[in-house]
Design a protein. Structure first.
Length: 318
């Protein structure tokens, strides 16, 4: 059983690490205001700034042009798989740059991406997949055994696509799956009120709760002119900065900050939710971080004195 929570307010953990600036990225604001979908906003950004940085993950860099091209190919591959507008596609894997390639690819094809927390366990994830009737599930080497078990048990059959280096006899790898497809947008009509992301959580009564987000949710709320979801925090200048993603992609803040960073010209740095203090300190010293999305345990780690990590406290508080 799951409860529709579309009218509820989702808790978000957003930490701003920048000082107030009077300059706002109006180019990104106009792109978000005029676009009909987040895929369209990415296309506009790629047209204006093709060589601008988009994502960084595990020493792997992606430009806006590369992200736009890959998301186009993924959208084409989804269409060839028979994915219709509104069909669900699940992501059960670690946070990485591939998530944003798939998110924008789903946005351009009309599919709805459902990132699922692998810590929910086999029965819960199986329940989610059956509830949303996912047609395709993307998995990596950290979740392959889990997904394989669910695939055998699930009444609704779905295809599994392997991410990155995961090798499986029956699963096609992501890159070969989309690489032969055209690099052009499939030109499917997408309306702002159409769904693009669906999240599931478990409430206090152990029922599944689901929230569905439309393109309009992102386009209207992620404009730097609004920056509504940060409430009273100062407007950051995102251009030539970095946006740090540490929360699991199954949490809303990861998608919100990721999309905003990419469209606004901020390099989205994905380090994953298993980030140790020393690794976080290195990232903070390497990149000019304007904003970051942290799970609660990392916020505690950043705000609690750590004698061995003074640079971490200094970076977060500056």
């Amino acid at each position: 059983m799951f409860v529709d929570m579309n009218d509820s307010k989702e808790k978000r953990q957003i930490v701003s690490c920048t000082k107030s600036s009077p300059r706002v990225a109006f180019e990104a604001a106009d792109s978000l205001a005029n676009a009909q979908s987040i895929g369209g906003a990415l296309h506009d950004k790629a047209y204006r700034s093709p060589n601008a940085p988009a994502c960084w993950y595990n020493r792997r860099s992606t430009t806006i042009s590369q992200l736009n091209e890959r998301s186009n190919r993924i959208a084409q591959a989804l269409v060839l798989e028979g994915i219709q507008v509104g069909d669900r596609v699940a992501y059960i894997a670690e946070s990485s740059d591939r998530y944003f390639e798939l998110l924008f690819g789903c946005a351009k094809s009309g599919a709805v991406l459902v990132p699922i927390n692998s810590n929910l366990g086999t029965e819960r994830i199986k329940e989610i997949i059956e509830a949303c009737d996912a047609k395709i599930v993307f998995s990596d080497d950290t979740t392959s055994i889990l997904v394989e078990n669910i695939h055998r048990q699930c009444q609704s059959r779905f295809r599994v696509i392997a991410i990155d280096n995961l090798a499986h006899a029956e699963w096609l790898n992501l890159t070969p799956w989309y690489s032969l497809c055209r690099a052009q947008d499939p030109m499917i009509t997408i309306r702002r009120e159409q769904a693009v992301l669906q999240l599931f959580t478990i409430n206090d009564r152990q029922y599944l709760e689901t929230v569905i987000y439309t393109h309009a949710h992102f386009l209207d709320n992620l404009s730097p002119r609004c920056f509504a979801f940060t409430q009273a925090l100062p407007l950051p200048t995102l251009e030539n900065t970095s946006t740090l993603i540490i929360t699991p992609v199954s949490e809303l803040s990861a998608s919100y900050l990721g999309i905003q960073g990419i469209v606004s010209g901020s390099l989205v740095v994905v380090v994953g939710e298993k980030c140790e203090p020393k690794a976080l300190a290195r990232v903070l010293s390497q990149f000019k971080v304007a904003s970051m999305s942290l799970p609660s345990e990392n916020i505690t780690m950043c705000t609690t004195p750590h004698a061995e990590e003074p640079k971490l406290r200094q970076s977060v508080s500056s």
